[in-house]
Design a protein around this ligand. Structure first.
Ligand code: R5P
Length: 302
């Protein structure tokens, strides 16, 4: 089946890597802004009867990137493709997957509706904050994990490793990772201040970490607060080394400094989100994710 891959502006490098692995060139698209910042999109490829993939991470600036995705979707749909697939290496708005306090919006559901309304037939995404978000979609969702790219590194140092769940929401993910490698699991109980964004009130470790290499498994790093607090606690409890792995690095300014100066010894992320050079730091390693996404697309267009 003939296919076309388009890239939004959120992570063009990743889109290019994916298209190269698929032996294709990226489809031509014009994305410009009116003087008042409104986005204007024009697809410059023939898409009729083809399978079309639009690659866009819903990363900061999230609203801009979301709108770009929706408008690209609409532009393609008008060209009557056989199938239109949204490829979101990072799915933003995912942490608002339930009403944490009375009166709140259910952002993850609103975004799911918008993606469907724009005409997408299918979604491919990675390491959702909470898998339950899939239930907000009527279209099929392929949910991939990026954690397998770190597995060989953990396998190499398997002795003395304990996998750490950094909060209740991350349990299933870290459980699967630890079971896959037959490693023990410890748990951090994290309480957040629901009236303030990114504020942690308390943390407590449940499980044995003394003289162990503690490997924290998370979906995303934003301010770095979760990791820094967890690393302090794990070292206090006798962990000899703390390594943090997360599929998405949605760093905000300042995260680079606090992570580099923290007791976390190594931080491993993938490139679902492009980390600009000014936010990279010596403890950080970035693992390529393109092959996981490319092989999924490959299977669909065969
Ligand atoms: C928590 O709910 C998430 O899984 C991450 O642990 C969290 O979003 C990371 O954010 P930050 O780096 O700001 O603590």
């Amino acid at each position: 089946m003939e296919s076309v891959i388009f890239s939004g502006n959120s992570n063009p490098l990743l889109a290019l890597q994916i298209s190269k692995l698929l032996d294709k060139t990226l489809g031509k698209v014009e994305i410009i802004r009116f003087a008042d910042s409104e986005c204007r999109v024009r697809i410059e490829e023939e898409v009729e009867g083809k399978d079309v993939f639009i690659i866009q991470s819903l990363v900061n600036p999230v609203d801009e990137n979301l709108m770009e995705l929706l408008l690209m979707g609409d532009a393609v749909k008008r060209g009557e493709p056989r199938k239109l697939v949204a490829v979101l290496p990072y799915h933003g708005y995912a942490r608002q997957d339930r009403m944490h306090r009375p009166g709140e919006c259910l952002s993850a559901q609103v975004v799911a509706r918008l993606i469907e309304a724009a005409g997408f037939d299918k979604l491919i995404t990675l390491e959702l904050h909470n898998e339950a978000i899939i239930g907000f979609f009527k279209i099929p969702v392929i949910h991939l994990s990026g954690l397998s790219v770190f597995r060989p590194m953990v396998e190499k140092m398997k002795k003395d490793v304990v996998i750490i769940t950094p909060d209740a929401g991350a349990l299933k993910r870290s459980q699967q990772f630890s079971e896959g490698l037959d490693l023990p699991l410890a748990f951090i109980e994290k309480k957040r201040d629901l009236d303030q964004t990114h504020k942690i009130l308390s943390m407590r470790v449940v499980g044995e970490v003394k003289d162990k290499i503690a490997v924290i498994v998370d979906d995303v790093i934003v301010t770095g607060g979760t990791l820094v607090n967890a690393a302090h606690l794990l070292k206090q409890k006798g962990a000899k080394q703390v390594i943090a792995m997360a599929t998405h690095a949605d760093f905000v300014g300042g995260a680079d400094k606090i992570l580099q100066e923290s007791p976390v010894d190594k931080i491993w992320v993938t490139d679902t989100i492009q980390v600009p050079p000014e936010l990279q730091f010596p403890k950080l390693s970035i693992f390529p994710i393109a092959s996981i996404i490319a092989s999924t697309i490959q299977k669909m267009v065969k």
